[in-house]
Design a protein around this ligand. Structure first.
Ligand code: COA
Length: 265
């Protein structure tokens, strides 16, 4: 495994020989809570993974086995007022938007508590794999807050407004099993299989035509558009896929009963 050593202090960034970038939030003594430095370093890693042509997919996880991320750093909350709170939310949202907008697959490997901003981080990723002891929740109302890094918008889109309302209004935590039942996570596995399960999913996705995967991610990201608008977008992106070399290759390989060799063009 080759390691990027770009002076990161709160996040680790490693790229393996398959081209999978592993981003690990690294503040285990604070349950990997997100302070400004973590968000900034996470953002750097995401940009790096996007730019680096050798990177085909990304896994985001937390250090240790207790927490994926216990949300925004509550220490910082003492300084927030109406104005700075607004900016605080906008900054976190901008970082999480960049994760969602990645043209390469991003998988959250949820290794423990995913609370508040941690749950919001997981749902900004394209897919979620959880350890069987993971716990999800949006406890902000307990602090006199509401989710500010996308929870009120992404959670209802993912699990429906009724269940999202229950989680956000009660602040209650739910188990990984229940999260799986309601479609919040894609897989639940023992912690020792967590990263391998995430890698297997990435292997499956990255064995497909990369431009088609990027176009599908774009279409899925906009799947909350009004239906007719969404269908127009789908048709336009379908057209783009038809213009790629990989589309010719995929069809030719199928018709000639051979494995396709995709070039990402
Ligand atoms: N922000 C800042 N510090 C946090 C934190 C957060 N979101 N979550 C945990 N920590 C810190 C604790 O303050 C404590 O620091 P200390 O050792 O300096 O006292 C340390 O992490 C260990 O946390 P602790 O609460 O003792 O661990 P626990 O195992 O008993 O409980 C949690 C773990 C995650 C359930 C609990 O810490 C928690 O509920 N955290 C807050 C979650 C939250 O409300 N997030 C949403 C914020 S909007």
């Amino acid at each position: 495994m080759s390691t990027e050593t770009t002076a990161l202090q709160t996040v680790r960034y490693e790229v393996d020989s398959d081209g999978f970038a592993l981003i690990t939030i690294n503040r285990p003594d604070k349950h990997n809570a997100l302070n400004h430095q973590v968000l900034t370093e996470l953002d750097r890693c995401i940009r790096q993974a996007r730019q680096d042509e050798a990177v085909k997919g990304v896994i985001i996880t937390g250090a240790g086995e207790k927490s994926f991320c216990a949300g925004a750093d509550i220490q910082q909350f003492r300084e927030l007022d109406a104005y700075s709170g607004h900016r605080f939310a906008l900054y976190g949202q901008a970082v999480f938007n960049r994760i969602e907008e990645m043209p390469k697959p991003v998988i959250a490997a949820v290794n423990g508590y995913a609370l508040g901003g941690g749950c919001e981080l997981a749902i900004a990723c394209h897919l979620r794999v959880a350890a069987d002891h993971a716990v999800f929740g949006q406890p902000e109302v307990s602090l006199g807050l509401i989710p500010g890094y996308g929870g009120t918008q992404r959670l209802p889109r993912l699990i429906g407004r009724g269940l999202a309302a229950e989680l956000i209004l009660t602040g209650e935590r739910i188990s990984a099993r229940w999260a799986f039942e309601i479609g919040l996570v894609n897989r639940v596995v023992p912690i020792e299989h967590l990263l391998d399960t995430a890698r297997e999913l990435l292997q499956k996705i990255t064995s497909k035509a990369p431009v088609a995967v990027a176009l599908a991610l774009e279409a899925l990201r906009q799947s909350d558009l009004p239906l007719r608008q969404g269908l127009r977008l789908e048709a336009a992106l379908f057209g783009q896929a038809c213009g790629t070399e990989d589309f010719r290759e995929g069809v030719d390989a199928f018709l000639n009963r051979r494995k396709p060799v995709f070039k990402g063009r």
